[in-house]
Ligand binder design. Structure first.
Ligand code: HSE
Length: 443
């Protein structure tokens, strides 16, 4: 039997993930020691309330409310309390005392990442965060290590399970957004206050982390363009299905060149978009997550799995724990976060995408020609047009002019040109309503 040196592991937080980390660490400690080359001694679990109910049993003697003392005696600190403070203070304290830190805290990394990575670099410690994006799915290490020799062109992720569940219910069960959200709440996917999920804040934090890592550039959360799913209607989802698309909330990180200025930079954005049914991301159902990567040499890759859940997220945390322990055994400084490319972060107006626009129009001679002219005047090229004559207009007899619905697909156009076009359509006397404007991604 090999005698390993023991590493002291402190855990901050015993919520659904923390309790599972304890449970797995206590169950599989010997195996993890063999893989790490060091014993992993859980020296304590800092909680706010010792008597709070837990989702897995934690030996009473490990629980403490004194996080600061626990941190000071640790070789590795796992932060699973979430939120900005006191998590930030605890992580800085741990790094400054030379401990490696593992965190699942996406909000903190997206907001204070550079400060934390700098603190780690100063003392030669390492900050691990595999669980911060898409929980169980290995995506941080593939981007940081496996793809370090390649150039990433674009990442498209379904990184929020709650919104994917809602959009999937709308698509497959015909639910409205409100009733799908109610089901998501009942099943425990959505929080009592679902704002962070449905308004895209959670996905935007993950987009910031992925963009920073993929493009070796600090991308702060406030530079991520964000649109949530609250304006998505069942009519849009139905129309998308008929046209061979599915609506997904995408987190996109992309290397691109601004057409006007020629500036080469990075775009990070979150919005609901039409994805062709033939795209691998269209097959991501329920609350599952997936990250699709387009790399110059590796080509297309997709990572799929559970993006939330106590034990699933604990898997990623324990993977980081083994990595941290191996580093302690081998010695040497941690690998600094690479931000040396320092690319310009481009605004949403630099992005070009295809769009699908649905309009109510009056059905009279010359209407299609005048709408086509509007598009061309704003530099937007039409790819497809589909017209449906509205039934009630056909049967309504005299009085108001007959109506029709137009669904217009465009070639790639700039955000600026597209919004000018939509504005002009809204002002046009032949357009009765602009019912939907959605970007098309992944084709
Ligand atoms: N609330 C997130 C989701 C999980 O629905 O995917 C944590 O990031």
């Amino acid at each position: 039997m090999i005698e390993y040196r023991n590493l002291r592991v402190a855990l901050l937080g015993a919520g659904s993930v923390g309790a599972q980390v304890v449970s797995l660490l206590l169950q599989h400690g010997d195996e993890l020691a063999q893989r790490s080359g060091a014993g992993l001694e859980l020296v304590g679990v800092a909680v706010r309330d010792i008597d709070a109910p837990r989702t897995a049993e934690i030996p009473q003697h490990l629980l403490t409310t004194d996080a600061e003392s626990l941190i000071l005696g640790a070789d590795i600190v796992i932060e699973l309390i979430g939120g900005l403070e006191p998590a930030r203070q605890y992580i800085l304290q741990a790094l400054n005392s030379g401990a490696d830190v593992i965190t699942a805290n996406k909000a903190l990394l997206a907001t204070h990442g550079p400060e934390l990575f700098d603190a780690a670099e100063q003392v030669g410690a390492q900050l691990y965060y595999e669980a911060a994006v898409a929980a169980a799915i290995p995506i941080i290490r593939p981007l940081r290590d496996s793809l370090a020799g390649d150039r990433i062109k674009r990442i498209m992720g379904i990184v929020n399970g709650t919104t994917n569940f809602i959009l999937d219910r709308m698509d497959t069960a015909g639910d409205t957004l409100e009733s799908a959200l109610a089901v998501a709440t009942d099943l425990g996917y959505a929080e009592a206050d679902p704002t962070a999920d449905i308004e895209g804040f959670d996905a935007a934090q993950k987009a910031a982390i992925l963009a920073s890592l993929a493009f070796h550039t600090t991308v702060p959360i406030d530079r991520v363009h964000r649109e949530g799913i609250t304006a998505v209607t069942i009519e849009q989802v139905d129309a998308a299905r008929k046209a061979g698309y599915v609506v997904k909330l995408l987190a996109i990180a992309e290397r691109l060149t601004d057409r006007e200025t020629g500036i080469d930079g990075v775009s990070a954005r979150v919005y609901p978009a039409l994805v062709p049914r033939s795209h691998p991301l269209a097959a991501v159902h329920g609350a599952k997550n997936a990250v699709f990567i387009e790399a110059e040499a590796a080509g297309d890759l997709m990572f799929y799995g559970a993006g939330a859940g106590g034990i699933e997220t604990a898997s990623a945390v324990l993977g980081d724990l083994v990595s941290a322990a191996r580093r302690h055994v081998i010695g040497g400084p941690g690998v600094a976060e690479s931000t040396d490319a320092n690319l310009t972060i481009l605004p949403i107006s630099s992005v070009t995408t295809r769009y699908q626009i649905s309009l109510g129009v009056v059905d009279q001679p010359g209407v299609l020609a005048s709408i086509a002219t509007l598009f061309s005047e704003h530099n937007v090229s039409i790819e497809t047009v589909e017209q449906t004559v509205a039934e009630q207009a056909e049967s309504s007899g005299g009085g108001s002019a007959p109506g029709a619905t137009l669904v217009i697909g465009t070639h790639a156009a700039s955000e600026a040109d597209l919004s000018a076009t939509v504005q002009a359509l809204g002002d046009s006397p032949v357009v009765t309503s602009v019912t939907s404007v959605l970007r098309v991604e992944g084709s």
